[in-house]
Design a protein around this ligand. Structure first.
Ligand code: TYM
Length: 369
């Protein structure tokens, strides 16, 4: 498919599905400017539950940076309210919030261009969540796959896990966001947000735009676990060898790549369906190097998968080392981190207050002339 046909197809997908698919290394900043009558706003969030891994980086953070640098109106939320849906040790959570802030800055999120803030510093998230919860149904929330997955392993299911997607919708709607760049695991949450917009707007009149998910192609939007290629790479996986974190040392990376589960075929070939393990490594290699999977397979034709794992480890270590060093440097600047979060929260509150006043007026909490 030539590039102009490809772009037409993307536009068509957006029109039909309210989803925007983002192919590798293609900037969609210009597309993000195409919103109905609402001013464009790109919003996304990440939980401060541990170090960013390559899935978070390529599925989300690298896209936020690209949109920011392309001139989009971007906001990035450190979703600490979401993180306590599962137990967190308070001191560790505080440290994680700083570490996430430092990591996002090291990844190129620029607080002069993006409103970077901590969710709990803006009380309107929880307030709007309540209003939206009153417009959601239990059946709809219980149906969401992340709720079913998370609750399956728990004896007592906290209400927070259940309401979690409503809080996510509140995050997005509070800023009247039009585009939400996320990995594949968040698409159903976006569909819930779209449904809530419809319900709310039908009842109270046009209040929120319908947010569109910006999702990468299938391989990037769902990098897989190194230990079980059927699962996604995840911060919450009990086995740290399942993911490569941006703070991993070269020795950790080498060890994790060596232990990555592949299959019994020794050649290096790319087929995400029949060979998910090795294809996941090739995808990571491709994303970091800019080489296509075909080029990588051709260059690796004399290698078996065992030796190829060492090549990938080296590429990963070399590419993430500068980010790791920056994180360590920024982490030592406590005052700077506090200033970034304080100024981000101030800017976010200004927008949030306006939406919340409108919502309060519409649902009947206040009477504004
Ligand atoms: P979280 O913290 O689990 O993940 C942050 C972002 O990383 C993406 N991601 C992946 N992408 C590709 N491959 C993977 N293996 C992978 N794992 C994670 C996620 O899809 C996400 O985009 N609920 C959200 C945080 C949130 C949010 C929001 C997102 C709170 N409010 C509003 C968007 C809009 C979450 O838990 O992301």
């Amino acid at each position: 498919m030539n590039s102009s046909n490809f772009t037409k197809t993307i536009f068509e997908c957006m029109r039909l599905k309210s989803l925007c698919f983002w192919p590798l290394r293609k900037s969609f900043c210009s597309e993000v400017h195409r919103t109905d009558s609402w001013p464009q706003r790109v919003f996304s969030g990440i939980q401060p539950t541990g170090a960013i891994h390559l899935g978070n980086y390529f599925g989300a953070v690298a896209r936020w940076r690209e949109l920011q640098d392309g001139g989009a109106n971007t906001m990035c939320c450190i979703a600490d309210l979401h993180s306590i849906t599962l137990p967190q040790e308070p001191l560790q959570l505080k440290k994680n919030i700083y570490q996430m802030t430092a990591t996002l800055l090291a990844c190129g999120i620029d607080p002069e261009k993006t409103i970077l803030f901590q969710q709990s510093q803006v009380p309107q998230h929880a307030e709007l969540c309540w209003v939206l919860a009153c417009h959601s149904t239990m059946a709809r929330l219980a149906h969401l796959p992340q709720f079913r997955e998370k609750s399956a392993s728990l004896k007592e299911v906290p209400v927070g896990i259940y309401v979690y997607p409503v809080l996510q919708a509140a995050d997005i709607l509070l800023y009247r966001s039009t585009h939400v760049p996320v990995g594949e695991d968040q698409v159903q949450h976006l569909q819930l947000a779209q449904q809530l917009v419809k319900t709310f707007n039908n009842r109270y009149g046009p209040t929120f735009p319908s947010p569109k998910a910006i999702v990468g192609d299938h391989t990037v939007s769902r990098l897989r676990s190194l230990r079980d290629p059927q699962k996604k790479m995840s911060k919450s996986d009990a086995d740290p060898r399942s993911r490569i974190e941006l703070m991993d040392s070269p020795a950790d990376i080498r060890e994790k790549c060596k232990k990555a589960v592949t299959d019994f075929t020794s050649a290096v070939t790319f087929n995400p369906v029949s060979r998910p393990g090795v294809s996941n490594l090739i995808t990571i290699h491709s994303l970091l190097s800019g080489l296509s999977p075909e080029d990588i397979c051709r260059d690796s034709s004399g290698l078996d998968t065992g030796r190829y794992k060492l090549v990938v480890a080296e590429v990963i270590a070399k590419n993430i080392a500068p980010i790791r060093e920056k994180v360590i440097h920024i982490m030592s600047k406590h005052q700077y981190l506090d200033d970034v979060l304080e100024s981000g929260a101030e800017k976010a509150v200004r927008i949030a207050r306006e939406t919340w006043n409108d919502v309060k007026n519409k649902v009947g909490f206040t009477y504004l002339l």
